[in-house]
Design a protein. Structure first.
Length: 578
């Protein structure tokens, strides 16, 4: 359903990960900072729009610990905060270098409600920087995905207000701690909900938690294990969709030799990518990376801005692999090749067999982002050292929680080194409440994928037949279909994402404005979601994107769970506006 400008998608969802930008004009207004759009923004995609709960906590901390002219950005641990501080100092154009402070807060909570005596608490770090460095600080927040989540911020706000979250240097002088019971709506025992009437400020929370289906916080560890096991189970090769979530063997190890212990959770998909790249640099030594194929923009930014840089092969062509091989033959060292399977938004599948052969010959690592293809449609682990994914997308589906994962291939060349590095360095920063939502949302992962596959193929077939549409980008129609099919699971489909270009921009605008579905950023939602992707992701570099085949009038569609016939009628109606 089409929403109003700036409202959350889904509606009445306080931690929604999408925001309604229902017309082409509103997209342009958002990108240009138009007051009539920006003033209505209640939320936004969390790595681009800092949630108002996070803004509130940052303001609270600044009011007590800040200095004149400072702003603050919040992170879950000192290690993450230190990386942010280092990035700002290294990236800043200010002379002399700006003063960046890290203020650490620790919890004074006693026994909590995990059920085993461990406190439910959250430490916190505020990176304080001059207001003139806000743009640079936001780059770190956006690219790494390692900032605090909105649910963590709300919990920390309560702890701060109650005197349970205090600045670290004062902890020894404080009076004995009060007992923290964690978020009240998840305290041990039955989950209790108030009765709400329309208009009450807590109505959003009631809607998000309707039916009381979330686990008690005592089961957080079990929820995270279930997520990791669910991912590991879905990665078994030659497995029909209906059997993909079968529990592992008694020893916890799957048929291919990997277990849930090879699955690592992160607060966002981009955090999984950032930290995988960071771990590879730590393990193998910093060298240039390769970004193969036109990627989601922040992946490229990570490879360019963190480390020695990267070679960008944005067409994802065989000729570019030839060029890479020539570089490798000349003894240029490559750390890692990153690629998406398939790519976003052009849905091209890389030649993983050739990439794997080059990696074996020349000794670089391979990281495959299978967010768009997803675990149940494609099996890419044999070709990768690490498989990364945004769990925010179709794994969750409900568009109300962020998450990411990385999976180590135990048969990969660098498995032992990466395992050792992660054992020493990995921080589980996926906030407990977020994990509960993610576990709940992903329980019907298999049945949702099957339906989304069918719906997306039907929509793609319809759009491809229309004379006013220039091209439909979809794995089934791509010239790289053989590469996709070589990794497609038995019973797997072509996923829920497709992109469309038009012969004229006016046709794109008319059909998009007439399309009666949710419209905003993100993908993999249980409901159909559309956006003029190039405008949202590359507004300041449209000519650059066009040079790689990503046209300005491209519309990306993430197909949902609606009834197929009704969905097709919705798209026919939009096409009728042409």
């Amino acid at each position: 359903m089409v929403g109003v400008v700036g409202s959350s998608i889904p509606e009445n969802t306080p931690h929604a990960v999408s925001v309604s930008l229902p017309t082409w004009k509103s997209i342009v207004g958002y990108e240009e900072g138009a007051e009539w759009v920006i003033s209505k923004m209640k939320t936004g995609y969390p790595r681009f729009f800092i949630h108002k709960s996070i803004q509130k906590l940052a303001s609270t901390i600044l009011s007590k610990f800040g200095q004149p002219g400072e702003e603050a950005m919040l992170f879950p641990t000192p290690c993450v905060a230190a990386r942010c501080r280092q990035f700002i100092k290294a990236t800043s154009q200010t002379t002399p270098a700006p003063t960046i402070r890290v203020v650490e807060f620790v919890s004074r909570a006693g026994k909590g409600s995990y059920g085993d005596g461990r406190p439910i608490s959250s430490d916190l770090c505020a990176v304080m920087y001059p207001a003139g460095e806000a743009k640079v600080a936001k780059q770190f927040w956006q690219h790494t995905g390692d900032g605090v989540s909105s649910r963590r911020a709300e919990f920390c706000q309560r702890e701060f207000d109650e005197g349970l979250l205090v600045e670290k240097s004062t902890i020894a002088t404080q009076s004995p701690p009060r007992i923290s019971r964690g978020p009240k709506r998840y305290s041990r025992g039955d989950v209790q909900f108030k009765s709400f009437s329309p208009g009450e400020e807590e109505q959003d929370t009631f809607v998000e938690e309707r039916f009381g289906r979330n686990l008690d916080l005592a089961f957080v560890d079990s929820a995270k294990l279930a997520i990791r096991r669910r991912i590991a189970g879905s990665l078994k090769v030659n497995t029909e969709l209906k059997d993909a979530l079968e529990l592992p063997n008694e020893d916890g190890r799957m048929a291919e030799g990997f277990s849930e212990n090879d699955v690592y959770l992160y607060p966002t998909g981009m955090s999984a990518i950032f930290n995988t790249h960071r771990m590879l640099m730590v393990t193998l030594g910093p060298s240039k990376s390769v970004c193969y194929g036109f990627p989601y923009i922040d992946t490229l930014k990570i490879l360019e801005r963190f480390g020695p840089g990267c070679h960008f092969y944005g067409h994802g062509s065989s000729e570019e692999l030839d060029d890479l091989e020539q570089k490798l033959e000349s003894e240029e060292r490559i750390l890692v090749l990153f690629c998406e399977f398939p790519s976003n938004p052009l849905l091209r599948a890389p030649d993983l067999q050739r990439i794997k052969a080059l990696a074996d010959k020349y000794g670089f690592a391979v990281v495959v982002d299978e967010t768009v293809g997803n675990f149940l449609n494609v099996h890419v682990l044999p070709y990768a050292d690490v498989v990364v994914s945004s769990l925010t997308k179709v794994f969750s589906g409900d568009s109300n929680v962020m998450g990411g994962s990385s999976i180590l291939n135990p048969k990969g060349r660098y498995y032992n080194q990466l395992k050792e590095a992660l054992t020493a360095d990995y921080e589980d920063n996926h906030w407990c409440e977020d994990a509960l939502f993610l576990e709940r949302n992903s329980r019907d992962f298999v049945s949702r994928i099957e339906r989304i596959n069918r719906n997306a193929e039907a929509v793609a077939d319809l759009l491809k037949s229309h004379p006013r549409i220039k091209r439909v980008y979809y794995p089934k129609y791509s010239p790289t279909k053989p590469f996709y099919d070589s990794c497609r699971r038995p019973g797997g489909g072509y996923g829920g994402l497709l992109s469309v270009t038009f012969h004229t921009t006016q046709d794109a605008i008319r059909s998009f404005d007439a399309l009666e579905v949710s419209k905003g950023p993100s993908l993999g939602t249980n409901f159909t979601l559309a956006s003029p992707y190039t405008l949202l992701a590359h507004y300041g570099e449209l000519d650059w994107a066009a040079g790689y085949g990503v046209e300005e009038n491209l519309v990306r569609v993430s197909v949902g769970l609606e009834e197929t016939g009704e969905l097709l009628e919705t798209f026919k109606k939009a096409l009728g506006a042409l």
